[in-house]
Design a binder for this molecule. Sequence first.
Ligand SMILES: Cc1cc2nc3c(=O)[nH]c(=O)nc-3n(C[C@H](O)[C@H](O)[C@H](O)COP(=O)(O)OP(=O)(O)OC[C@H]3O[C@@H](n4cnc5c(N)ncnc54)[C@H](O)[C@@H]3O)c2cc1C
Length: 412
Amino acid sequence: MDTGTMRRCDLAIVGGGMVGLSLAAALQGLPLDVVVIEPVLPESPDQPSFDERTTALSNGSRRILEGIGVWPAVDRDATPILGIHVSDRGRFGTARLTAAEQGVPALGHTLTNRLLGAALRDACARGGRTTLLCPASVESVDPTDQTIALQVRGAWQGRLEARLVVAADGAQSLVRRELGIGAEVSDYRQVAVIASLKPGRAHSHVAYERFTPDGPIAVLPLAGGRCTAVWTLEPAAAQRAMAMDDGDFMAALQDAFGFRLGRLSEPGRRFAYPLSLTRAERQAGPRAVMIGNAAQGLHPVAGQGFNLGLRDVAVLAEVLADELATAGSTFDPGHAALLERFERWREEDRRHVIGFTDGLVRLFSSKLPVIGLARDVGMVLFDLMTPAKHAFARVTMGLTGRGARLARGLPL
Ligand SMILES: Cc1cc2nc3c(=O)[nH]c(=O)nc-3n(C[C@H](O)[C@H](O)[C@H](O)COP(=O)(O)OP(=O)(O)OC[C@H]3O[C@@H](n4cnc5c(N)ncnc54)[C@H](O)[C@@H]3O)c2cc1C
C-alpha cells in the first residue's frame, strides 16, 4: 500500500470540529507546530460539528472564547440568555433562574454552530501556526517512546509523526479505540429533533426547558426574534416527528410545549440526533489525550457538552503553556507527567458535569408518580431557595471545578 509522504509536528489534533478547532485557536500564541486533521469540509452540509444546531454557551465559555480572540467575531450574533424557565408538563412545579438575581449581565449566550466554526477557522488562519489537513482522516494510530504516528488519508496522505496527539474526533473516537482505551456507553434510547421556529410572543431572552412524559423540550432564544427547539423523543416518535409536514410538526410541538411563547410557526429544517452517554475510561494515554466528545459525549438536556469540552481545551492549553515556560529546550508536549497533570485537573469537573447531566435525564425520564411528585416539590423548593439556585447557576454558567486561567478571564 502507498503510505504517501511523511511529516513531523509538535501536536496533531485529530478532528477539526467545535472542540478540536477551539484548541487550535487557543494554541496560536505558543511556539508550537500544530496540525489539525478533519475529514469534512467546513462548507459541506454534512459537516457533523459545525451544523445548524445552536449551542448554549456558558459565561465561562464566553470568557474562554474571549481569551482566545474568537468572541469579537461572534459577539454581534450571540444572543444573551437573561432567564431560564423549567417546567414539567401536566404538573404544578416550575423553577426560574434570572441573570438579575444571580448578579450577572447574562446567564449565557446562544450561538449557531456554523457561525462559531467560521470564527474559529478565521482565528486559526490569522494566527498562522496551524496547518489544516482537510478533507483528510486518520486511519490508524501507533504510539512509540518518542513520538506517536498517525496514518492519514485524504487531501494529504502519509505518515504524520507528532509528539502529542489530541483526540477531538467525537464520541465514536477512532483514536480512543486505536489506543485501546475503553469507553462506557449508555444508550438513552432517545433522539433529539431540532428545528428553528418563530414564537408568537417575544422570547425576551428566556430559555425554556419543559419536561414532558415523552421527553424534555428546550426552546432557546435566537437573534432576530426566532427560537430553536430541541425536542427529545423516543426513537419511533422522533421518526414520526421527522416525517410530519411543517403544519403537523408545529401542532405536535405546540401541544407538548404549550403556549408560553404564543403560537409557534415558520419551522426551519429539522435534524435528528440519537442520544447516548459516552464516557472514556481515561482522558490520557500514551502520548495522547482525549478532549470534548472523544472523552465524554453527553445528553444535550443541560447544554453542557461543548462547555465542558471547552474547559478541556482551556486546561490543556494552560498545562502546555506552563510546561513550555519552565522546560525550555527540553519541552516535550507528550511527556507522561504532563498528560497525567491534565487528566487529574479535569477529573472533578468532568465527574460533576457528567453526573449532573445523566442524573437530570434519569430524574425527568421517570414515569413513577412518586418521582413526579418529588420533582414538583423539588422545583418549587428550588424556586424559593437562593443557595440551591446559586449552585445550579454555577453549573450552567460553567463555574464548577478549579478554573483554568482562560476560564477566569486571564491570558494564557
Ligand atoms: C442536539 C444537540 C444540542 C446540543 N446543544 C448543546 C448546547 O447547547 N451546549 C453545549 O455545550 N453543548 C451542546 N451539545 C453538545 C455539543 O454539540 C458537543 O459537545 C460538541 O459538538 C462536541 O464537539 P467535538 O469537537 O468534541 O466533537 P464533534 O462535534 O463530534 O466533532 C468531531 C470532529 O471529528 C471529526 N472526525 C471524526 N473522525 C475522524 C477521524 N478519523 N479523523 C479525523 N477527524 C475525524 C469529525 O468530522 C468532526 O468534525 C449539543 C449536542 C446535540 C446533539
